[in-house]
Structure formats: structure tokens, C-alpha cells
Design a protein around this ligand. Structure first.
Ligand code: ACO
Length: 335
């Protein structure tokens, strides 16, 4: 950020839909087992939306909690990261803003799959730095279960639904909670590694009906695994260099909760102790754009994240996309 105005973390909230799905539940539907899922991914449970529940419903719940946590004036912008909008058109954010009673503020979606929340955070920080907003509600919300292929055991066991949100307010770069430095990137040569092939202009312009499997999420798991480790560790290093923190000084690493093995591999590559990597993938699985704020909310609630700690957030997702940001953890009133 080039100005002396900074975006400062002022509120945090999260929500997951009530339905819990265990590995044993999934073993009834797929040729899989609790042992396979735990050992390959670290996941024990996840939450799925019930029929009729949409991403906006999750976003409203998490957003309301973040607003309560922040207190103070209402936000003057809303940025929503999601891979699973309520509809292909329009964006989901205006409906969420309306339902939160935020009036006619600018509200729009950001699409960067599992990196979406960090892209949304950077966008919100940019609105604040440019003087276009004083307070921004940033939400990551996903109903990822709605795009999973019921024939594909590999993807169906690793994702979950949920939402997390933060409030950013205008402040000073030296304040606790100020977002200190971002690294963001993309590599479109990997567009096919993480994708829903049908439903967009590329398929619809053919005039042909979509093949059923193309309407669902698909992923090249092993290549994604390697890219995730490479990109998150490199991006983390870039941000650490920018803020001048050594790995030894870092108190907590909040990585995109894709898979426990990925979180450990990123920590290993950074020579950062695995036990200081924040983990909640065991409870919520990979919630894509909701993953980072859900992990923050859990870690703040259980005391893992404490005021004054040096914290690094890093994510990787479809696109391919990646991003990281550093901050000193502030005092927050958790709703
Ligand atoms: N249960 C049992 N066996 C399974 C399952 C399952 N649920 N899924 C796959 N297998 C089998 C495979 O068929 C394969 O069998 P085979 O050896 O007989 O062919 C075997 O397990 C090993 O399969 P791999 O794909 O090699 O398994 P891997 O150890 O790579 O784990 C996984 C798969 C968990 C998907 C892993 O590759 C991974 O975590 N990838 C990254 C996911 C990720 O990071 N996503 C984040 C980005 S996604 C986004 O942005 C939305």
C-alpha cells in the first residue's frame, strides 16, 4: 500500500450450516473410508447446506456476526468471495447487502475460487486506500457441496460449506490489525486443473446441452497438490520479505484449509513449525473461499490467535490463483 491510510481488521465472524456430515456418512454413499479420508486429507467432518439453502444464506449469517463483532458505523461497501453464487447472474453480494440492511452500498462478488477471500480482502483494502470506502464488509461464503459430482469420490470427500467474514476499517499502517503487505498472482495455463467446465459462455455458445459431468466441479488432485504447496510457500516468502519478518518471528500461519498434508508441506517448505500452522480442515474440510475467514474465526475463538501476534494468511485456488497477506493480530470483540 502506498498511502499512509491502511485497511485495519476490526471485526470477525463465521457460520456453518447445521448439518454435519462425517466420513462414515460419506462411506455409505461412496467407495471410501474414514481411514482413507483422514490419512489423505486430515478431514473428519464437514457441514453441508440443506436443500433450499444458498450461499447468500450463509453469507448473511457470517456477515451479521462480523458486523456485530466490529460494532461502530455500518460498512459503506461489501465484497463477497464465492465460487458458488446463488445464480450465475447477478452477483450474490447485492442481495446479501440488502438482507443485512446495509442500504444501497456498492456490493459485488469476487471470483478466485479458494484464493477468493484474499483477493476480496485486497480489493476491499484498495477501496479504503483509494478513499472510496471507510469500512468494508468482506465475506467468503460457499455452498461447495452443490457443485460436487455425486459420482466422484475424490472431490466429494474433501469439500464443505460455510462462510466467514471480516470488517475492514480505514486506519493507519502502524496500527495492530493493519493489512501490511499483499502478494497476489495467477497462472491461467492451469485453468483446467480446477474447473466446472459447463454453464459459462464457452459451453453455452456451442448451443449444445452440457454433459452432466461437466456441470460439476472437477480437479486434477495431484497436480493441484504440488502447485498449492509451491505457490503458497513462495507467496508467503514474498510477503515475509516485504514486511521484513523472518520465519522465526512469525507466530501463526493461516493457510487455505485444503488438506492437512498441504498445510504441513507448506510449513515444512518455509521451515516453520507444523504445530504453529492453524488447522480447522479436520472440522470443516475445504470450504474454498470461506476457508481463510473460517480458520481465522476458529483460531481467534480458541485463543490460538492472540493480540500482538505476527500472522500470515496464504491461499491457493482455481485459476490458478494465489495470494498472501501479513498482519499483526488486533484486539477483536468476537461476537
Ligand atoms: N476414497 C478412497 N480412495 C480414493 C478416494 C476416496 N475418497 N479418492 C481417491 N481414491 C483413490 C484413487 O482412486 C487412487 O486409487 P488408485 O491408486 O487405485 O488409482 C488412490 O486413492 C490415490 O489417489 P490420488 O489422487 O493419488 O490420491 P492423493 O493422495 O493425491 O489424494 C487428494 C487425493 C486428497 C484430492 C489430493 O490430491 C489433494 O488434496 N489435492 C489437492 C486438493 C486441493 O488442494 N484443493 C485446493 C484447491 S481446490 C480449489 O481451489 C477449489
Amino acid at each position: 500500500m502506498t498511502t499512509d491510510r491502511a485497511a485495519v481488521l476490526a471485526g470477525l465472524g463465521a457460520w456453518v450450516p447445521p448439518r454435519t456430515v462425517t466420513n462414515d456418512d460419506l462411506s455409505q454413499q461412496f467407495d471410501t473410508s474414514d481411514e482413507w479420508i483422514r490419512s489423505r486429507t486430515g478431514i473428519a467432518t464437514r457441514h453441508f447446506v440443506d436443500p433450499g439453502m444458498a450461499t447468500s444464506d450463509l453469507a448473511v449469517e457470517a456477515g451479521a456476526r462480523a458486523l456485530k463483532s466490529a460494532g461502530g458505523p455500518a460498512p459503506d461497501a461489501l465484497v463477497l468471495a464465492t465460487t458458488t453464487p446463488d445464480r450465475p447472474c447477478p452477483g450474490t453480494a447485492p442481495d446479501v447487502a440488502e438482507r443485512l440492511g446495509l442500504g444501497h452500498i456498492p456490493a459485488f462478488d469476487v471470483s478466485a475460487v479458494c484464493t477468493g477471500f484474499l483477493y476480496a480482502l485486497a480489493t476491499a483494502a484498495g477501496l479504503i486506500a483509494a478513499g472510496l470506502a471507510e469500512r468494508v464488509l468482506v465475506i467468503g461464503a460457499e455452498s461447495f457441496s452443490t457443485i460436487l459430482n455425486p459420482e466422484d469420490r475424490t472431490t466429494s470427500v474433501i469439500f464443505g460449506d460455510g462462510a466467514g467474514a471480516v470488517v475492514l476499517r480505514a486506519g493507519r499502517p502502524e496500527e495492530p490489525g493493519a493489512l501490511k503487505a499483499f502478494d497476489l498472482g495467477s497462472d491461467g495455463t492451469g485453468v483446467d486443473l480446477i474447473t466446472v467446465r459447463a454453464g459459462g459462455s464457452q459451453q453455452r455458445s456451442t448451443g449444445l446441452p452440457a454433459a452432466l459431468e461437466d456441470t460439476f466441479f472437477s480437479m486434477q488432485g495431484q497436480q493441484v497438490f504440488m502447485q498449492a504447496v509451491l505457490r503458497m510457500s513462495a507467496s508467503s516468502r514474498t510477503v515475509l520479505d516485504q514486511v521484513g519478518w523472518s520465519v522465526e518471528e512469525l507466530d501463526a500461519l493461516v493457510g487455505h484449509q485444503a488438506n492437512l498434508r498441504i498445510l504441513h508441506a507448506v510449513a515444512d517448505k518455509l521451515k516453520f513449525p507444523r504445530e504453529k500452522a492453524v488447522v480447522n480442515v479436520d472440522k470443516v474440510a475445504n470450504t474454498a473461499g470461506a476457508s481463510i475467514p473460517l480458520a481465522l474465526a476458529d483460531a481467534a475463538a480458541d485463543g490460538t490467535l492472540r493480540p500482538g501476534q505476527k500472522v500470515l494468511l496464504t491461499a491457493f485456488g482455481g485459476g490458478l490463483t494465489w495470494g498472501s497477506v501479513a498482519l499483526e493480530w488486533p484486539e477483536l470483540d468476537l461476537a
